[in-house]
Write a protein that binds this ligand. Structure first.
Ligand code: HEM
Length: 621
C-alpha cells in the first residue's frame, strides 16, 4: 500500500470570499485555459496550478502512473486565514473541508483528506476538528504558527491534545514565513524560510516540554522532512548539554523525543533522505510529495524507491508508517502506553503484513552478523564472535540508560525540590548494575574455549583488539574517565572517532552528579585558585555530608550506593577480563599491541567515582 500523506487540492470554484466577508485579499482561482489556472490572492498572482488540483480523475490517472494507491489531500496553506476574524476563518475552513470531502467522494476510495481549522480560536478549532472527523476526514493540517504563537502556545497544545483524543492525524505545514522582507527574490521564503519555520516548530514543541505533557498517542508529522531539524539536531543537542539556558523545560535531551513525531520524505535528495532516515528511524519517515505543485516530487515515490534503503524500510516509508500515522491500521491510537509486548510489537510493525517475532526482532539480519574469518571455520570462533557481540549489545543498553541517568540528574540538579528524577536515576542505575553483573559472569562461557582453540584463529584478528571497542571507551568517557589518548585506536573508524570526541566534550555522569549536589547546596563553590586535590576533597566531603544526613537524603544516598556498586562491578569486569586473558594467552602481548595482562592490570586502579570511596574513609574519622 503506497500512501502519499502530503499533497494539496484546490477546488475548481468557491464563493467570492472577499464579497462574502466584505474584506479584501482573499485567495481565488482564475481559470486561464482548459485544465490550467492561477491561484490569486486579491489582485496578486500566487501560483500556476493545473487540473490535478481539483479533478479527481486526473489525480487518479497520475497516481496510477506513479503506482500510488492512496493520497491524503490537504488544503493549500494560503487558505488557512489564521489572521482573519474567527467567524470568517471558520466559515472558510468549513467550505474547504466540505469541498475536500466532495473531491474524495469521487476518488474511488483512494482519496482521503485532512481538514483545516481556525487555529486562532482554540474552541472553534476543536469544534471544527470534531465535526470534520465525524464527516470523514482522517485528521487535520495546521500551519506551523499563528502569528507570533508557536506550536508550544498553551492554546495550540490544548488543540493538539484534542487531536489525540479525537484520533486525528496532524500534519504541520510551514506557512507565513519569517524574514520575508529579507527574502524578496528567488523563492527564498520557500527554500530557506519554510525549512527554518518547521525546525522552529519542532524545537519549540521539544524544548517547551510540550511533548512531556502531550499524550503519546498524538500522531503528528512535520512536512518537508521536518525542515532543517534533522540536520541541525546535533547543534541543538550540543546547546542543550552545554548551556543551561538552552535547556528549556523538557525532561530529556532533544534526541529523546524523535519517536514522538513523524516527518515526510519531501527532501528531494538521496543523501538527505538517507540521513533523515538514519536520524529519525525508518519508522518515522513517510512518503510526502507536495504534489501537484511545482515544488513537488515529479514522480511521486521515486526518491524512496530509488534509494539504497532496505526493502523493508522502503515499504515502511512508502506506506506502512502512513497507515499507522493515519490510524488506518485498525487502531485508533498508536500507543496506549500499555507497555505489553503485543502492543509494542504492533507499534513497530505498521504494514498490512502481520508482524512476527522474527520481523520485529530482525532475527534474520541478526543471524547474518556472525562472520568467522577462519577457513576452514574453527568451531569456537563462532562462540568468540557471539560473546563479543552480546557484550556490545549490553554496552549499547548501558549507554542508553546512563544517558538517561545523566538527563535525570541534570533535571534533579535544576529542581532540587523535586524527587522524581532522583528516584528515576536510582532505578536506572540499578538496571546498569544488574547488566554489569551479567557482563562479569559472561566471561565464564568464553573460558570453555581452550587456549589452543583460540590460537587456531587468533592470527586472523590482528590488529583487531578490545582497544577498539568504541562503546567501552564511550562508557568510560561518559562516566568521567576521559582519556584523549585512547582516541588513537579509533583512527581507522572516523564515525567512532567523532562520536568519542563528542563524548569527550559532553558533561560526564561524574560531572553532572556533583553539579547536582551543588544545586542541592551540598557542594560549596571553591575559589578559582583551588587545587585539584582541594576540589576532590570538597566533593568527597559533600558525599560524606549526604550520608551523615540520611534522614533527609535517602534518595540521594541511594543514587550514591548505586554509583558505588556500578564502580565496583566495572572493576570486577576488568579483573575477570584479565583472568580470561591470562588463562587464554598467558602474559603474551595483545593483538592491539599492548603488553597484555600486565598492561590491563594497571587499569584496575581506575574508578569512575573515587570521591564516593574516599567519603567512606572520611566517615570513619
Ligand atoms: C580470548 C578472549 C580475550 C582475550 C585474549 C583478550 C585480550 C585482550 C588484551 C590483550 C587486551 C589489551 C589490549 C591489546 O593489546 O589488545 C584487551 C583489551 C580489551 N578487551 Fe579483551 N580479550 C578477550 C576477550 C574480550 C571480551 C569478551 C571482551 C568483551 C567486550 C573484551 C573487551 C576488551 C576491552 C574493552 C579492552 C580494552 C580495555 C581497556 O583499555 O581498559 N575482551 N583484551
Amino acid at each position: 500500500m503506497v500512501i502519499d500523506i502530503h499533497n494539496h487540492f484546490f477546488p475548481a470554484a468557491w464563493p467570492d470570499l472577499a464579497e462574502r466577508y466584505a474584506t479584501p485579499n482573499w485567495p481565488w482561482i482564475k481559470h486561464t485555459e482548459p485544465g490550467k489556472a492561477d491561484i490569486m490572492v486579491g489582485e496578486r498572482f500566487f501560483r500556476h496550478i493545473y487540473s490535478a488540483c481539483w479533478d479527481p480523475d486526473v489525480r487518479l490517472e497520475e497516481m496510477n502512473r506513479d503506482s500510488v494507491e492512496m493520497q491524503v489531500i490537504s488544503a493549500t496553506p494560503v487558505l488557512f486565514a489564521y489572521d482573519r476574524p474567527v467567524e470568517h476563518a471558520l466559515d472558510c475552513a468549513r467550505l474547504f473541508n466540505d469541498a475536500a470531502l466532495e473531491i474524495c467522494g469521487r476518488g474511488k476510495g483512494r482519496l482521503k483528506s485532512l481538514c483545516q481549522v481556525p487555529l486562532q480560536d482554540i474552541d472553534a478549532a476543536c469544534a471544527e476538528l470534531s465535526r470534520s472527523m465525524r464527516a470523514g476526514h482522517l485528521g487535520v493540517q495546521i500551519g506551523n504558527h499563528v502569528g507570533e504563537k508557536n506550536l508550544d502556545d498553551p492554546g495550540i497544545v490544548t488543540f493538539l491534545h484534542h487531536c489525540a483524543d479525537e484520533g486525528a492525524a496532524v500534519l504541520v505545514h510551514p506557512w507565513d514565513m519569517m524574514g520575508q522582507t529579507r527574502m524578496p527574490n528567488y523563492m527564498m521564503p520557500w527554500t530557506v524560510g519554510m525549512p527554518a519555520e518547521t525546525q522552529l516548530s519542532v524545537v519549540a514543541l521539544i524544548l517547551s516540554g510540550a511533548f512531556d505533557k502531550l499524550p503519546e498517542n498524538l500522531r503528528i508529522c512535520f512536512a518537508h522532512g521536518g525542515g532543517s531539524f534533522a540536520f541541525l539536531l546535533g547543534r541543538l543537542e550540543n546547546a542543550w548539554h552545554h548551556h543551561p539556558v538552552a535547556h528549556g523545560a523538557c525532561q530529556f535531551p532533544p534526541s529523546h523525543y524523535l519517536n514522538r513525531f513523524y516527518v515526510d520524505s519531501a527532501v528531494f535528495d538521496q543523501h538527505a533522505l538517507q540521513f533523515l532516515v538514519a536520524t529519525m528511524g525508518d519508522d518515522r519517515v513517510m512518503l510526502g510529495s507536495d504534489y501537484p505543485f511545482p515544488l513537488g516530487e515529479e514522480r511521486v515515490g521515486a526518491l524512496i524507491r530509488g534509494s539504497r534503503l532496505s526493502r523493508q524500510a522502503k515499504e515502511q516509508l512508502l506506506g506502512g508508517n502512513a497507515q499507522r500515522f493515519l490510524g488506518l491500521d485498525g487502531k485508533a491510537s498508536e500507543t496506549k502506553a500499555s507497555g505489553d509486548a503485543t502492543s509494542a510489537a504492533e507499534l513497530a510493525h505498521p504494514t498490512g503484513e502481520q508482524l512476527t517475532y522474527s520481523s520485529y526482532l530482525k532475527i534474520p539480519e541478526l543471524l547474518e552478523l556472525q562472520q568467522p574469518q577462519s577457513s576452514p571455520q574453527h568451531h569456537d570462533e563462532l562462540l568468540f564472535i557471539i560473546v563479543h557481540q552480546t557484550y556490545e549489545l549490553w554496552f549499547k543498553e548501558l549507554l542508553h540508560d546512563l544517558d538517561a541517568v545523566v538527563a535525570n540528574l541534570q533535571a534533579a540538579g535544576a529542581h532540587p525540590g523535586s524527587r522524581d528524577e532522583v528516584y528515576e536515576a536510582a532505578r536506572l542505575l540499578r538496571r546498569c548494575t544488574e547488566i554489569t553483573r551479567v557482563l562479569v559472569e559472561q566471561f565464564t562461557i568464553l573460558e570453555t574455549m581452550l587456549p589452543t582453540h583460540f590460537l587456531a584463529f587468533r592470527d586472523k584478528l590482528e590488529p583487531a583488539s578490545g582497544f577498539q571497542s568504541e562503546q567501552f571507551r564511550e562508557l568510560e568517557f561518559l562516566c568521567g574517565l576521559k582519556d584523549e589518548k585512547m582516541l588513537r585506536y579509533h583512527k581507522p573508524t572516523p564515525e567512532a572517532h567523532a562520536q568519542l570526541e563528542r563524548r569527550l566534550r559532553d558533561p560526564s555522569l561524574h560531572h553532572v552528579f556533583f553539579e547536582a549536589l551543588r544545586g542541592l547546596g551540598k557542594l560549596a563553590a571553591l575559589p578559582e585558585t583551588a587545587t585539584e586535590r582541594e576540589r576532590f576533597d570538597a566533593r568527597a566531603r559533600a558525599v560524606q555530608a549526604l550520608y551523615q544526613d540520611d534522614r533527609h537524603h535517602r534518595d540521594w544516598i541511594d543514587v550514591c550506593e548505586r554509583l558505588t556498586e556500578f564502580d565496583e562491578l566495572v572493576v570486577s569486569w576488568r579483573l575477570r577480563h584479565i583472568q580470561l586473558v591470562e588463562r587464554t594467552i598467558g602474559v603474551n602481548m595483545g593483538t592491539g599491541g599492548s603488553t597484555g595482562a600486565s598492561y590491563l592490570k594497571l587499569t584496575l586502579e581506575k574508578k569512575f567515582f573515587p570521591e564516593l570511596w574516599e567519603a567512606r574513609t572520611l566517615l570513619m574519622k
